[in-house]
Design a binder for this molecule. Sequence first.
Ligand code: PLP
Length: 443
Amino acid sequence: MSSEAESAVFGRSSAPLRKAVAGDGCYIIDSDGKRYLDGSGGAAVSCLGHSDAHVKQAMKDQLDKLAFAHTGFFTSDAAENLARKLVDNAPDGISRAYLLSGGSEAVEASLKLARQYFLETGQPSRHRVIARRQSYHGNTLGALAAGGNAWRREKYAPLLIEVSHIAPCYQYRDRRDDESLEAYGQRVANELETQIQRLGSETVMAFIAEPVVGATAGALDPAPGYFKRIREICDAHGVLLILDEVMCGMGRTGSFFASEQDGIAPDIVCIAKGLGAGYAPIGAMLASETIYRAIADGSGSFQHGHTYHAHPLSAAGAHAVLERLLDDGLVAGVHGRGDRLMAALNARLGQHPHVGDIRGRGLFRGVELVEDRETKQPFDPARKINVHVKKAAMNEGLICYPAGGTVDGKSGDHVLLAPPFIISDSEIDELADKLTRAIDTAI
Ligand code: PLP
């Protein structure tokens, strides 16, 4: 038998963790009473902070009515209401919501739906997926195969389906000096067309991308026009466009879907994280009417499903989250809060010798750390700057999301920031002060 002090939880790492015991607005409180400002919403999850009364009440009410009814037998008011609110606020053409338990499940489902769509429409040769090198789409095998993060993929490579990866839109590192932002966006988007032609368009099923890249690249926002060109290329070659808005959706960038700001609509969009805001484990795959119809009028059912698909308690929680985000105007406030955060970061870190770039949209911001600001030389990965920043930030009482530069040895370490939408001016200043001290301590 294990000793009393040893945790029985099979966690991410064997290193002991502090114990979280309470949430209060933008803060998490540990068992010693220490308060941590949640500067990254965990991993861009907690958009409402940690003590939202409306969401808690909605979940308690649902629990009193019905916790679970298997979707092989029933639908529920909670699932119907959530799906309706999602599609009513979704990009053009999206008409159905398939409710799941998280982001990886949503991505898995999107790949299977794309495949089934082409089977139902008489194009069985289409099965290949194209994604981007700086990307993360989840940790289950299909989603991991789509993602480009070399470190996460390495151990499981023999288990992964083949996905080809093209360059992301990473202007800080890849734009040429003689190139406008728009020209750069077109050039890098055209890589998709080259890849489709190389593979043979009759074999390509889907292109999947995060509109604003989160965990793997630190809030990489695309150049203007980049996604318009991507949409054109997908249309020209009959390839489905799957957008992964698991991190950047649900208002995080200032619009309910990040892709609204790029003026495009996907065929399928995956969401999670901010949808449950940390109160409920939930994700969703939203699909276009064209895809839905092909299956509804074809074989009649999407051959997929999980036991906790459309779970009523999670759905009720997510519906209440959407009421806070959309009806109470929290998404509408994100642009202003985001500008305030950007100004606070620029004031403290804009000229910092080890900060190369501060970027992103709304309350989704990335700080790229470099050895040398002039040459953009990244830190040697062996220095594990990201690990040291995280530790120093926790000591300061700040939760932020640092990650190493893992792709092609080209990108630097970065810190992802994604605070709750309710963050106040003084909390933004506290976040920027604590992050600056953590970076200075770590480097
Ligand atoms: N897609 C993106 C863009 C993500 O950032 C993540 C998680 O970080 C996922 C998918 C996977 O989501 P989950 O961890 O809920 O399975």
